[in-house]
Design a protein around this ligand. Structure first.
Ligand code: ZN
Ligand code: ZN
Ligand code: ZN
Length: 220
C-alpha cells in the first residue's frame, strides 16, 4: 500500500467517497474525544464540524478535546488488487452463529472475529501464515468485507492467508495503523456499484498506478 500525508480537504473527500457521508464546504472532519461521564476512557467520535461549531464545543465542555485529524490518502496498487479473493458459491449471511435471528455470543466457546470483534459461535477462518487470532474471521465478515466464502477458505486450509497477512484488512484497527479513517460498513454501496465486497470496492476504486518518474495517476 502506498501512502502519503495529505491535507484535510483531500482526506474529507476520500472519506466522504468511501463512507457516503454528507459534507459541507464550511465543514472539516474532526476527531472529537468526549470523555464518558464515569470513565476516564476517551471515546473518539468522527464528526463533520464547522470551525465555529468546533470552537463552541471547546467552550461548553473544557474536557472535550477536539483534534483535527489528518488521514493518509487511501490508495492501493495493482498488487493490492491481486490480493483480493473470490467465492464459487455465495455464502448465506446471518445464519451461521445465529439462532432465531440472534447472534450466539459465548464467552467460553466463542472465538473473536478479527473484523467485527464479536466472540460468538460459528465458523472461523484460520490463517496458514500467522496461525493466530488475527486470521480468525467469521463467515459474514469474510463475505461482506472480502467477498470470500468461509467454507471454501477452510477447504483450502493449508493455503488460505488472512486479509491482515495479505495487507488488505479493512478493520478499524488495521486502518488506524495505516493512518486511515475507520470505515463504516459500505457493503450495500459496494454491491450497488458492482463490487462483491467492501474490500473490492475500496481497493478497485482507489488504485493508483505509478507512471514514469514517480508520478502517480489515479485510475478511474
Ligand atoms: Zn466478524
Ligand atoms: Zn494471517
Ligand atoms: Zn484488521
Amino acid at each position: 500500500m502506498r501512502m502519503g500525508k495529505v491535507g484535510y480537504a483531500q482526506c474529507v473527500e476520500e472519506y466522504v467517497t468511501a463512507a457516503n457521508v454528507e459534507t459541507r464546504k464550511d465543514c472539516r472532519l474532526f476527531l472529537v474525544y468526549i470523555p464518558r461521564s464515569k470513565s476516564v476512557r476517551k471515546v473518539p467520535h468522527l464528526l463533520m464540524l464547522s470551525t465555529k461549531k468546533m470552537k463552541e464545543m471547546e467552550k461548553i465542555d473544557g474536557s472535550t478535546i477536539v483534534k483535527e485529524q489528518k488521514w493518509n490518502l487511501e490508495t492501493y496498487t495493482e498488487d493490492d488488487a491481486k490480493q483480493l479473493g473470490d467465492y464459487k458459491i455465495p455464502w448465506i449471511l446471518f445464519r451461521d452463529g445465529y439462532e432465531n435471528g440472534r447472534r450466539l455470543y459465548d464467552k467460553f466457546n466463542g472465538r473473536t472475529c478479527h473484523q467485527c470483534r464479536q466472540k460468538t459461535l460459528g465458523l472461523r477462518t484460520q490463517c496458514s501464515r500467522c496461525k493466530g487470532s488475527t486470521g480468525m474471521l467469521c463467515g459474514d465478515c469474510l463475505y461482506i468485507r472480502y467477498g470470500e466464502n468461509i467454507i471454501e477458505a477452510n477447504e483450502n486450509g493449508k493455503s488460505w492467508i488472512c486479509p491482515v497477512c495479505r495487507g488488505i484488512c479493512n478493520c478499524s484497527k488495521c486502518r488506524n495503523k495505516k493512518g486511515l479513517p475507520p470505515i463504516p460498513c459500505i457493503y450495500s454501496k459496494a454491491l450497488r456499484n458492482g463490487y462483491k465486497s467492501v474490500a473490492h470496492y475500496l481497493i478497485k476504486t482507489h488504485i493508483v498506478s505509478i507512471s514514469g518518474e514517480g508520478e502517480t495517476t489515479k485510475k478511474v
